[in-house]
Design a protein around this ligand. Sequence first.
Ligand code: FAD
Length: 385
Amino acid sequence: MNRISIIGAGIGGLTAALALHDVGAHVTVYEQAKHLTDEGAGIQIAPNASRILCHLGLRHVLAADAVAASTSAYRHYRTGAVLKINDPSESVRRTGFPYWRIHRADLQRALVSALARRAPDALHLGWQVLAVETGSDNVSLVFSNGQRVTSDLVVAADGIRSTVRSMLFARDTPHFEGYVAWRGLVPMADLPERLRTMGGASFGGGRFIVNYAVRRGELMNFVAIARHETWEEEGWRIPSRLAELQEAFTDFHDDVQELIGHTPPDRLFKWGIFGRPRLPSWVQGRASLLGDAAHPMLPYLAQGGAMAIEDAMLLARAVANGDGHVSALQRWETARMPRVNRVSDASAAMAAMFHTDVDAYDPSRDVSAGRLPDLATFDALTAPI
Ligand SMILES: Cc1cc2nc3c(=O)[nH]c(=O)nc-3n(C[C@H](O)[C@H](O)[C@H](O)COP(=O)(O)OP(=O)(O)OC[C@H]3O[C@@H](n4cnc5c(N)ncnc54)[C@H](O)[C@@H]3O)c2cc1C
């Protein structure tokens, strides 16, 4: 039986644990956090990702916490005029799988529970990986608690500031992408009725804000992004003052003002968006990166987590093929890279679109629809590896 160590109990690591367990691997997940908290914000799960989560048996538990995406609008930042209506139901109809909007913590909790049911001892909290040593027969992890663990494969799903990436692949310096972002969660009960059903994005003047309901409709999640010259600190848990956000979006239409104005002070965070150079390979011997550690991308297409989920499913299928560990990782990488790079490029193109002149916006040239017709319909359960 394959012994596979997974670093990180985020979206990618936990999905990989479930998918690899289901193809017969013995998985252990090492997460540096001592407790999994209610951190994070909303995340959209398009059918390309929900197809996999349903396959892993999570349909009912996720449907109970998520909000099914409905039509939403792109609006002009000053006037509020509707520029385009987005209808996610088309991809739902075409695939037969849901388009969910969910709190990241609710998704993580569902993944953790599903893993605990399959393999009660698989998740190790408070285990921080310090080093990875790849050999020809096995691969070892060294932890901050002094432990050392050997396995057949290591999957490093340790997120955007991946230790393993910098150790094994590149000591690349993150570059500031020129955007600063805020995220907030507003209790739905605090919002006037009119704003409770309002989901969508408003953009223009070098800024962009998207909002949608999560957690059974109890919270309104928003992410606001503005162009910015410089930024010092990476990380997305920096508390922000509401006045700072309001000042940055002062000329946005009334619905935006009212929405952000209701943000509780302890539920507003800001961060600078940093990028990393694209890696030529994610695999080294018996170790591989997965998810944000391998391919961080801008959040404009709402697909970073979905790519981690797709990675996980295809990796499990490659391992199940049984032609050896190293070759499984290599076939997986070859299968994944073109799609991930296309999605990442489209996300960057969306960023450019949202931050250029809104008055020149042409809905027919929307990159998500045009460049990636299979974005939401991609089937990781059957795609060739
Ligand atoms: C504002 C914003 C909005 C987004 N919206 C969407 C969306 O709508 N849809 C979507 O699909 N994606 C979205 N994304 C992207 C998505 O959140 C990420 O792509 C996704 O969380 C990546 O998952 P991951 O498992 O690779 O990393 P993470 O979820 O970041 O998990 C990494 C884990 O590794 C652990 N770890 C780190 N280092 C170590 C170590 N040394 N030892 C042990 N454990 C370690 C961390 O504690 C963490 O738990 C958004 C991102 C942002 C910033």
